[in-house]
Design a binder for this molecule. Structure first.
Ligand code: PRT
Ligand code: MG
Length: 222
């Protein structure tokens, strides 16, 4: 038997910081106001003005996992995170055009990346984005040894851990502050709405108006 009560309940997975902040106006456009601030609240499940909609706060890289397994019905995640996750079990209907940045290769100022590549040198590349880096260098036919890091990639070339990094860049301030320069653009990044495939069928009536409002609002901000 269909549980109509639970089918009217929606859970949205967001990460704190820029994704939460930039999703708020889209939620507002759908008539949803989050009534607690994740920066000051210790709650991981936040109520909204709609008793049927709750927001869970998870790590950015965990959003696809919560949605894939149906612990959240929908969520917002960067293209970087989705590429690394693989997107299994996720429907990705809308590019929300928020939290924009780019994925780049960067090296220490003075390191001649182009000639190292031309000479076929084996490069050591530190990154949190293993899949994206692997695909990028394989497509270019560049031999690399990838070193997995979980943060502060910018440090790696400065202390000789790596020749290059693959990381997200938005203003470029972090690279500049650490004497690094971008030498290759891999892809543009923005955040996408992801929806659990079963929820999309079972909760279509509840989800559809929200997806439409998100789509219209994100178009309006471009
Ligand atoms: O921080 P935490 O480890 O919890 O997770 P996270 O870093 O994955 O989450 P968060 O909230 O920092 O980022 C969430 C999403 O925002 C990412 O998955 C991206 O899709 C997107 N986004 C947009 C960014 C940036 N811009 C960005 N500038 N994510 C990270 N950065 C970092 C970048 O890694 C680098 O260290 O900011 C630094 C560079 O910024 P600039 O402005 O100095 O160039
Ligand atoms: Mg971060």
């Amino acid at each position: 038997m269909m549980d109509t009560q639970s089918n009217s309940q929606l859970i949205l997975a967001l990460s704190k910081g820029r994704i939460f902040d930039e999703t708020l106006p889209l939620l507002e456009a759908a008539g949803i106001t989050v009534t607690e601030n994740p920066e000051t609240s210790r709650k991981l499940i936040l109520p909204t003005n709609d008793p049927n909609v709750r927001v869970i706060i998870v790590r950015a890289s965990d959003v696809p996992t919560y949605v894939q397994y149906g612990a959240a019905d929908f969520g917002v995640a960067g293209k970087d995170v989705l590429q690394e996750h693989g997107g299994e079990g996720l429907y990705q209907p809308i590019d929300l055009e928020i939290a924009k940045c780019r994925m780049s290769v960067a090296v220490q100022a003075g390191f001649d990346y182009a000639s190292a590549v031309r000479q076929g040198a084996r490069l050591r590349v530190a990154t949190k984005y293993f899949q994206i880096a692997r695909e990028h260098f394989a497509a270019k036919g560049v031999h690399v040894d990838l070193i997995k890091l979980y943060g502060s990639m910018e440090l790696a070339p400065l202390v000789g851990l790596a020749d290059a990094i693959v990381d997200l860049v938005s203003t470029g301030n972090t690279l500049r502050a650490n004497n690094l320069v971008e030498c290759e653009h891999i892809m543009d990044i923005s955040s996408r709405l992801v929806v659990n495939q079963a929820a999309l069928k079972l909760k279509r009536e509840r989800l559809q108006p929200i997806l439409e409002a998100f789509e219209n609002a994100s178009k309006g901000t471009q």
